[in-house]
Design a protein around this ligand. Sequence first.
Ligand SMILES: Cc1cc2nc3c(=O)[nH]c(=O)nc-3n(C[C@H](O)[C@H](O)[C@H](O)COP(=O)(O)O)c2cc1C
Length: 305
Amino acid sequence: MTVNLAVSIGKLKLKNPVMVGSGTFGYAEEFGDFVDLKNLGAIVTKTITIKPRSGNPSPRTCETPAGMLNSIGLENPGIDKFISEKLTELLKIGPPIIVSISSIGDPKEFITLAARLDKIKAVAAIELNLSCPNIKEHSRLISQNPKFTHAVVKMTRKVTKKTLIAKLSPNVTDIVEIAKAAEDGGADAVSLINTLGGMSIDVKSRTPKIAMITGGLSGPAIRPVAVCMVWETYRKIKIPIIGMGGIMDTQNALEFFMAGATAVSIGTGNFINPGLTMEIIRGLESYLSKNKLSGINQLTGSVKT
Ligand SMILES: Cc1cc2nc3c(=O)[nH]c(=O)nc-3n(C[C@H](O)[C@H](O)[C@H](O)COP(=O)(O)O)c2cc1C
């Protein structure tokens, strides 16, 4: 039985719904030996800011039960170098390139970045990282406030017709309220979820295990939180959801589709198994075929409650 893995997110057409989570795949250069990159549904870049950033001091990551903490601090080459060096290479690979952007301080930086990317025809979509927990310049995140979320999406929407994805933080009381604010502001999709705030202490030295003291928790430990947020949000918004958080195999990805995701992103799982994305694409095909389902769309929101 031939099955159809293709999905649409805004104007974006993906041949399959498996992409990579921002910041966990670099600019794809290190993964070419393990993954047939052209088979990915889409590639989401590491978050780009206007100026280059060297990121936070080390140690920036540590292992935790069923997950990891990171505090990278948006290390990136800045938009100029990204466009002149990284993007050119990324575009040669083939799948749609979704560029993740963020502001440091002034939210108007989103406008500057989106307006620049809008002029580059080959950029498939823009993901607004409204949820990076690891930069010392921010005490609160944009996506912890529905008004700010709405305002940033709306002002960015004005400068680009490209598919606009709002990436949200799980560190909130009501994710649905924030997702609705993004939808009302003009987002074509939401990405759920970024990392959960976390801290880990080395009891011998009585010091935090990462230099910035706290960081973002990712990996299987956060999966039930992510699946729950996708499910809650799916019932209340009309735009598609890109689900992520601890996907380590096909079964995990299926949970996200059943909860309401249209596509999924693989993050921490790439570090453990660089070929995971390809295994999941094959796994989804086989699941659909075995269950006599012709398209992945039939699974979205199909959980029986
Ligand atoms: C080392 C690391 C770096 C990350 N960098 C970014 C980033 O630059 N921008 C972003 O939007 N999310 C970033 N994330 C969050 C992931 O894209 C993803 O939302 C989160 O880790 C949950 O998925 P996972 O459990 O599959 O990793 C990062 C995550 C990790 C582990």
